[in-house]
Design a protein around this ligand. Structure first.
Ligand code: HEC
Length: 171
């Protein structure tokens, strides 16, 4: 009987010992200062200039400039091509992997849609497409909308009307 009590006590001690080991095992300290930057500041998760304020409100369309189109092209490539494809034909990589296909931007209905429609779709989402309002700020939505317009026009230009150096680049 005494032997059995001793055995139980020994087992209990072993179990406690095991707990102790778990409590003192090495661990990572989540909030230690990061050394990534020379001033030991932590890299901000989103650069402040790119962050979108929660109260981001709809703003009127900025003037159409080459810079706006370039910005629109860049943002379109980041946020829209995965589904809409680089030419806006609705055959992006995610669609090729099974996501519902969006319509091509080159169908008559979308060619005739006002630029505002593209802005609104990005802001509010449309059917299976979710809203991008929390990722794409108002000015960038206009830039993308302008770029979609340019993309639509780009598919209907007569090759003969293009400057020589552009025509030479055509396949
Ligand atoms: C995850 C895939 C996905 C991404 C990314 C995406 N879309 Fe879409 N989009 C869709 C789908 C799917 C539809 C069709 C929705 C429907 O008809 O139910 C659609 C529809 C549209 C339409 C057509 C609306 C109409 O009147 O038929 C426009 C314009 C559009 N998207 C613009 C954009 C822009 C601009 C971006 C980038 C900011 C973007 N989409 C990003 C999936 C996506």
């Amino acid at each position: 009987m005494t032997a059995r009590i001793l055995a139980v006590a020994a087992l209990a001690l072993l179990a406690l010992g095991a707990c102790d080991n778990m409590a003192s095992q090495p661990r990572d300290k989540t909030w230690r200062p990061a050394n990534a930057l020379p001033d030991r500041k932590v890299w901000p998760p989103v650069p402040p200039a790119e962050a979108i304020a929660r109260e981001d409100v709809a703003r009127p369309a900025p003037p159409l400039t080459p810079a706006l189109l370039a910005r629109g092209q860049e943002r379109f490539a980041i946020y829209c091509t995965p589904c809409h494809g680089y030419l806006g034909e609705g055959d992006g990589m995610i669609v090729q992997r099974g996501f519902p296909a969006p319509p091509s931007f080159h169908i008559d209905r979308l060619r005739q849609a006002p630029t505002q429609h593209f802005y609104d779709v990005v802001t509010r989402g449309y059917g299976a497409m979710y809203s991008y309002a929390d990722r794409v700020a108002s000015d960038d939505r206009w830039a993308i909308a302008a770029y979609i317009r340019a993309l639509q026009d780009s598919q209907r230009v007569a090759a003969a009307s293009l400057p020589d150096e552009v025509r030479r680049g055509l396949k």
